[in-house]
Design a protein around this ligand. Structure first.
Ligand code: ARG
Length: 281
């Protein structure tokens, strides 16, 4: 039987307004520093995305943007937060390295227990919690050693997946978590972004996953944010939207085209803060 949307649960997100947005360096194939970027448009699109979350009843917290860190808008890369515990990001490229401590400080200042990563990892860009598992990308940014470090820290099985296509350099550009319900985990992914072995692992773990098309992938449609029912997705990902709607999800197209110039979409702009169970936070 085809799986269906388990239903909405409350979420807490951390976001960073792109007031300093620009493309001044190139660390992924989407970035072209000769192309014009419009920070005002980026801010308008970002605010629309934030307002969608608020209208859905979710909580949105914000971190102050730091001048000179234009990629800070991609908050998903800032950390990985599970059970109220923070595993800090440690960025691959020098241009983004100050973001790791900045995000970690934001959490520490608010009383979260934070762990400073010894290994290179780009937060939820590559480390996606799905039910009781963590799916972990490697190949471009996050080192495999970080997968082991995360498994030791959180005590959850971490499944390493090899990314092979430069446009899909972070796991969250190639795979979307539709349901994180431990009793009913569901994902969508773009198979060509993964090595043959990793595709086989995904097929084994998620035989009913939604397989996205090339049209979905190039629109960065896999960079979607689901609350278990509502799925914020790039407007160009029409096949993905139809496939998830057929499973009872509510696709909500949100245009983040300006942020795509940096190689990110809705999910990249959204870090999920998963509270300790039982805590109000
Ligand atoms: N320009 C950023 C980079 O290349 C984009 C990050 C996108 N974030 C994400 N979660 N995929 O690092």
């Amino acid at each position: 039987m085809t799986p269906t949307a388990p239903g909405r649960t409350d979420r807490r997100y951390l976001m960073c307004e792109p007031v300093h947005y620009t493309v001044s360096y190139e660390i992924n194939p989407w970035m072209d520093k000769t192309r014009y970027t419009d920070a005002d448009l980026a801010v308008r699109q970002w605010r629309t995305l934030r307002d969608v979350y608020l209208d859905l009843g979710h909580t949105v917290e914000t971190i102050d943007p730091i001048p000179g860190l234009p990629d800070m808008v991609y908050a998903a890369n800032g950390a990985t937060v599970l059970d109220g515990v923070v595993y800090s990001a440690r960025f691959r490229y020098a241009e983004r390295q100050p973001e790791g401590p900045a995000y970690q400080k934001w959490f520490a200042d608010r009383g979260y227990v934070t762990h400073t990563a010894a290994e290179t990892n780009e937060g939820e860009g590559d480390l996606l919690v799905v039910g009781n598992l963590v799916l972990a990308g490697t190949g471009f940014r996050t080192d495999r050693a970080a997968h082991a470090e995360l498994q030791e820290l959180f005590g959850r099985p971490v499944i390493s997946l090899d990314l092979v296509s430069p446009h899909y350099y972070h796991l969250d550009t190639a795979l979307a978590v539709l349901s994180s319900d431990p009793a009913d985990p569901q994902i969508a992914y773009y198979p060509p972004a993964f090595s043959a072995g990793s595709r086989a692992v995904l097929r084994q773990l998620f035989p009913d996953a939604v397989e996205a098309t090339e049209r979905d992938a190039v629109a960065l449609g896999l960079n979607a944010v689901s609350d278990g029912l509502n799925v914020v997705v790039a407007p160009g990902a029409v096949d993905l939207a139809a496939a998830i709607a057929a499973r009872g999800y509510n696709p909500i197209p949100v245009d983040t085209s300006e942020l795509l110039k940096g190689g990110g979409g809705a999910k990249c702009c959204t870090l999920e803060i998963r509270p300790a169970s039982g805590s109000g936070r």
